[in-house]
Design a protein around this ligand. Structure first.
Ligand SMILES: [Fe+2]
Length: 386
């Protein structure tokens, strides 16, 4: 949730009659969070929005299944080596690492979604590594590009329409994805010292009633996909008002903080969720103490597993990783720079790294798809001389 938006035609007060010029009554759809206590959006439909016939769920992506348990170890998965599984986004998401709070996967669609899809299990966060396109919802079209985060609230149906260019998106399902509360003041405004401002986010462009001829809806709920047939286009919205809507945030608009000495990762916190913090590492100057060690220090963050997706740039602390690499450093054993990297970073004045990190409070499990692209030498690569 970002801030309140009003688009299209809405009545002067909620829960009062809104009519067309011909006198037809519009129908509210209230999308509410935390029961009726949290943020909400009210959309105004031309027709009753709750007419659904049961149908087969002909679409849906792979659900995460844990590979057999393995020893605790530092892991490196080369997502860049995953076979490109095309098709629409609703079908081609490949889960890689997960726990009870989050599912992290890769999506490489090459077709528009043929159905509307709503994830009623979780909020969704995508990071567009390559590609771009349009996210279509009843609240409008949201254009997204390479290097954008795209946040989609739980329960809002949507369709992805990717551009013709090759697509590669990181996907994160998680409960209650939000901006860290420490970046807000007491009225919910983003603080001046937050790493982004309200102007850095893109909201949907309201389109108005639209009929794409699609009457199929797939809903994910309880870890299963459920199909429905709609009586009419669900994009028959004439206006809306609220704080629940999808938005995009370009990672390069993140205002990284730099300190006299190395700052901990939560200063890079971009999104929070239940059991997870998403951090953005963007190109930036490094610490400015004359004897600062810019490279991250070896550390044991004993309450978190650390997931890191390397987008591009020069990763001063790591060897053998490249764009698309995923490192998973589990809680329980310390981790840190590769041999020589700590020492070599002395005197560095800037870093060109671009990476997305997740700290998770529950241990992450890997799927068979992740194991298929694992770098077997990663654990030992931290031993000097190996
Ligand atoms: Fe770390």
């Amino acid at each position: 949730m970002l801030d309140r938006v009003v688009a299209g035609i809405v009545p002067p007060k909620h829960h009062i009659a809104l009519r067309s010029e011909a006198g037809d009554l519009r129908y509210e759809e209230c999308l509410t969070r935390a029961g009726f206590d949290g943020p909400y959006t009210i959309a105004y439909h031309e027709r009753r929005p709750h007419e659904h016939r049961l149908a087969e769920a002909a679409h849906g992506f792979a659900l995460p299944v844990a590979a057999p348990a393995r020893p605790l170890a530092k892991r490196h998965y080369r997502s860049q080596d995953l076979p490109r599984r095309g098709g629409p986004a609703v079908d081609c998401r490949v889960p890689l690492l997960f726990n009870d709070d989050v599912v992290i996967g890769l999506v490489q669609p090459d077709a528009a979604d043929p159905v509307y899809f709503a994830n009623a299990d979780a909020d969704e966060l995508f990071f567009v590594v390559h590609g771009g396109g349009v996210l279509r919802t009843m609240l409008g079209d949201l254009r997204f590009e390479q290097d954008d985060y795209v946040v989609i609230p739980k329960g809002l149906f949507y369709r992805f329409l990717p551009d013709a260019a090759p697509q590669r998106w990181l996907s994160i399902e998680a409960a209650d994805i939000h901006l860290p509360r420490k970046w807000r003041n007491e009225v919910g405004q983003l603080r001046m010292d937050a790493p982004y401002s309200h102007r850095d986010f893109r909201r949907p462009t309201f389109v108005g009633p639209l009929d794409e001829g699609i009457r199929a809806l797939v809903v994910k709920r309880g870890g299963a996909f459920h199909g429905f047939t709609l009586e009419r286009s669900p994009l028959d919205v004439v206006g809306w008002d609220g704080a629940v809507y999808p938005f995009a945030f370009p990672i390069l608009r993140f205002q990284a903080r730099v300190g006299l000495v190395h700052l901990p990762p939560d200063w890079h916190g971009t999104f929070a969720a239940r059991g997870a913090l998403v951090c953005s590492f963007v190109p930036r100057p490094t610490d400015f103490h004359p004897e600062a060690i810019p490279c991250p220090y070896p550390h044991a963050s004993v309450d978190c597993d650390e997931f890191l997706f390397y987008c591009r740039g020069n990763f001063t602390s790591r060897r053998g990783v490249g764009p698309g690499s995923i490192s998973h450093h589990p809680a329980g054993v310390p981790h840190g720079p590769h041999p020589g990297a700590y020492e070599a970073s002395l005197g560095a004045r800037e870093t060109s790294e671009l990476a997305v990190m997740l700290d998770t409070t529950r241990p992450l499990s890997a799927t068979a798809a992740a194991l298929a692209v694992e770098d077997p030498g990663y654990q030992d690569s931290f031993i000097a001389g190996s």
